[in-house]
Design a protein around this ligand. Structure first.
Ligand SMILES: Nc1ncnc2c1ncn2[C@@H]1O[C@H](COP(=O)(O)OP(=O)(O)OP(=O)(O)O)[C@@H](O)[C@H]1O
Length: 313
């Protein structure tokens, strides 16, 4: 089993009367991408700020690669690459100059700095724009460069706070691909987002946070299984919908069948597996299916189920 790069337990933070984080704990292994998913104000940024050691915790524990990590732990900070939501770039320098400057802050020697800067530019897909001034970059390119800054010292844990919020589709894809590549190289990734499609694509495990508490945790598949919802298939077909329903409702995988505004509506166990048999049965009953729509429960349904809220409010 891969070793843990980060373990936190019992994290707690209060701002006056507001309990921002309440007894949060989870672990991230080498090469694992962990998604912290929650709506605005859920406590994501407060949690990661305590993990990276820029915010004092009221209670709890953070271990990075097995060592206790606090705000005063300078050596521990070398294990973490933190990419905040806000950009920390010099607009009048080029992309490469920004990276070089931050490499010098990390105390990297000239030769090593050059190699790490080239490596970071490649991972974030900006090698061909490295000579351009950052003020001429798009918002998404700036975000990518911001991620590059967090990689220069080769951290064991990369913490990304909503890295794709408000970026164009091309940069979003470049960011997701970079994360996949870094995790493939063994870096542990902590990723916060409102976008459940990103969590479904990237994250090995997801923690759902709301009102400062972890409401559930698991692989996307486990979480979706927890809700216990069925897949839904809706058909439009020629002929009498009631007759089509009669032909389909006896099939073993069909949990429920009915009609709604002339549309046939089925709840089934495993839509992709059962769909060919349904189409066959419909055709045997003499109906031509005109359209089919399949909807499967996803992290959004889990979130709604647990909190009664949509992820993006
Ligand atoms: N410095 C602060 N002072 C007072 N309250 C704060 C402070 N920082 C955060 N909070 C409060 O703590 C709660 C959690 O905020 P946090 O920023 O951690 O949420 P979040 O999940 O990161 O939200 P977002 O998705 O909007 O970034 C919120 O109610 C917020 O208003």
């Amino acid at each position: 089993m891969a070793a843990d790069v980060m373990v936190c337990k019992g994290l707690h933070k209060r701002y006056g009367d507001v309990v921002a984080v309440d007894d949060v704990g989870f672990r991230i292994a080498e090469g694992e991408t962990y998604g912290l998913l929650g709506p605005n104000g859920a406590g994501k940024t407060t949690t990661i700020s305590m993990i990276v050691g820029i915010l004092e915790r009221d209670a709890g524990e953070v271990l990075l690669c097995g060592r206790d990590h606090t705000v005063n732990d300078v050596a521990g900070k070398a294990l973490v690459g933190y990419v905040p939501q806000e950009l920390a770039l010099y607009p009048d320098l080029t992309g490469r100059e920004n990276l070089r400057f931050f490499a010098s802050l990390y105390g990297l020697a000239r030769g090593a700095a050059k190699a790490r800067v080239a490596e970071a530019l490649e991972v974030i897909g900006l090698a061909d724009r490295a000579k351009d001034l950052v003020k001429e970059y798009s918002g998404g390119m700036k975000r990518r460069l911001n991620i590059g800054l967090g990689l220069l010292h080769r951290p064991r844990l990369l913490v990304l706070d909503e890295p794709t919020a408000g970026v164009d589709p091309q940069s979003r894809n470049a960011i997701l691909e970079s994360v996949e590549r870094l995790a493939g190289e063994g870096i542990g990734v902590l990723y916060t987002t409102h976008y459940m499609e990103e969590a479904e694509r990237l994250c090995d495990r997801v923690g759902i946070i709301d009102l400062g508490r972890l409401q559930a945790e698991g692989t996307p598949h486990e979480l979706v299984g927890m809700v216990g919802e069925h897949d839904r298939i809706t058909f439009t077909a020629d002929g009498d919908p009631a007759e089509v329903v009669r032909a389909l409702e006896g099939l073993p995988a069909v949990r429920q069948a009915g009609t709604r505004d002339g549309v046939i509506d089925l709840l089934v166990d495993d839509a992709p597996a059962v769909l060919p048999r349904l189409l066959e049965a419909a055709s045997r009953a003499g109906t031509a299916v005109r359209s089919v729509e399949v909807r499967r429960p996803n992290l959004e349904s889990v979130f709604l189920h647990l909190t009664g809220k949509a992820l993006r409010d």
